[in-house]
Design a protein around this ligand. Structure first.
Ligand code: C5P
Length: 215
């Protein structure tokens, strides 16, 4: 059905020195299920760009990466070929300004680590998006969730945004279930709290409806 599907999944890992890094609690489970559902439904060949996680789907072209910069390069190199691209990765917003080639020594009671912003991969892909390409992003918000989601949808030129409202009852990260909203330029749909495989199935239903509409 789709010429190629490109999925980014998992956390990114930003090295500080040979033994330390910055990262986040993304398990990679949602991306894993997005690939699984696409494969079960025979939606097309899948390229799976993933940060370090235990979840490795079968039957995909697997592209393991570590840092946001590596993930960005891997996504950009493959984006033009992809009819559907899903950025389900939890990209680290910042990395250490410096990589310390020797293990940092224990020193004073306080030390300062300077961080620098990582490039926004999804924003970059949105700028490169051509006609007939569908681009899907994720967002985790805690306040003004719908206004923020609409802003992101427009700024990043997305066709669909999977919105997580992050609360104590719905941590989204590291949980096996999730409650999300599917945000499109023309409206918002609330899904019940369900397993991440169910969320992945609903996301693909939505993508199929978008693809049907555009051509
Ligand atoms: O702006 P925010 O970080 O909330 O957007 C989340 C979406 O953007 C996710 O789809 C994530 O994969 C993507 N993202 C990205 N590059 C970044 C940060 C987030 O592609 N540096």
């Amino acid at each position: 059905m789709f010429e190629r599907i490109l999925i980014a999944s998992g956390p990114t890992l930003e090295a500080i020195d040979p033994v330390r890094f910055l990262s986040n609690r993304s398990s990679g489970l949602t991306g894993f299920h997005l690939a699984g559902v696409a494969r079960e439904r025979g939606l097309g060949p899948i390229t799976f760009v993933t940060g370090p996680t235990a979840f490795r789907p079968q039957g995909v072209e697997l592209v393991p990466v570590e840092s946001a910069q590596e993930m960005g390069a891997a996504m950009r190199a493959r984006f033009a070929e992809a009819a559907v691209t899903i950025m389900a990765a939890a990209v680290s917003d910042y990395r250490s300004l410096k990589y310390y080639p020797e293990k940092l020594k224990k020193s004073g009671e306080r030390i300062v680590l300077e961080l620098v912003k990582n490039p926004d991969i999804l924003l970059d892909l949105g700028r490169r998006k051509g006609p007939g390409q569908l681009l899907v992003g994720f967002a985790a918000e805690t306040e003004d969730i719908f206004a923020n989601a609409q802003r992101k949808l427009e700024a990043k030129r997305l066709d669909l945004l999977v919105l997580n409202e992050v609360t104590a009852d719905n941590p989204a990260f590291g949980d096996v279930e999730n409650q999300v909203y599917l945000v499109r330029p023309d409206g918002v749909r609330r899904l019940e709290r369900m397993g991440k495989a169910g969320v992945a199935a609903a996301v693909w239903d939505e993508i199929a409806s978008l693809a049907g509409r555009s051509g």
